[in-house]
Design a protein around this ligand. Sequence first.
Ligand SMILES: C[S@@+](CC[C@H](N)C(=O)[O-])C[C@H]1O[C@@H](n2cnc3c(N)ncnc32)[C@H](O)[C@@H]1O
Length: 132
Amino acid sequence: MDKALDRGRERVQAAGVEMKLVKGDVTRLSEAEVGTGFRLILDTGTFHDFDTEQQKGMARSIDTLAAKDATVILLCWPKRIRPLIRGVSREEIEAAFTGWRITDVEPSFFKLPPPLEWALRPNEHWYRLQRA
Ligand SMILES: C[S@@+](CC[C@H](N)C(=O)[O-])C[C@H]1O[C@@H](n2cnc3c(N)ncnc32)[C@H](O)[C@@H]1O
C-alpha cells in the first residue's frame, strides 16, 4: 500500500493539484482520520471483492463520512465472475447500504485485454447511490 501511496503522491504533484492521500482500511475508515462531509465517494473495484461483513463495514464507514446529500459511485463486477473477483449483486449492494438507494446502474464498457476479456467477460457496472 505504501508503494501505491508513493505513486499517488507523484501523480498528485505532476497534476499540480491539492489532494490528501490517506492510508487506511475502507471497512474501518473512522480509524483513518479521513474527515467527514464528503459529497462524492467513488470506489473503483474494492467493494466488489469483499465478503458480506467487509461490505457492511465499508458501507457503515461511508455512512459516517458522507454528507447528507452525498453521492456514492461503485464500480462492480457481477457476482458470477469467480475466482478472480468475488463480484457483487445489486441485492448485496442494497443489503450493505441500508439507508441508501440505488438511483442508476450503467455498464462501464471496461474491457480486459484478450483472451481475458473472452474468458472472464467482466461486464462491470457503475452503481450510483444516494441517501434514501
Ligand atoms: C481492484 S483494486 C482497485 C484499485 C483502484 N481503485 C483502481 O481503480 O485502480 C482493489 C484495491 O483495493 C485494495 N484493498 C483491498 N481491501 C482493502 C481494504 N480493506 N481497505 C483498503 N483497500 C483495500 C487492494 O489492495 C487493491 O489495491
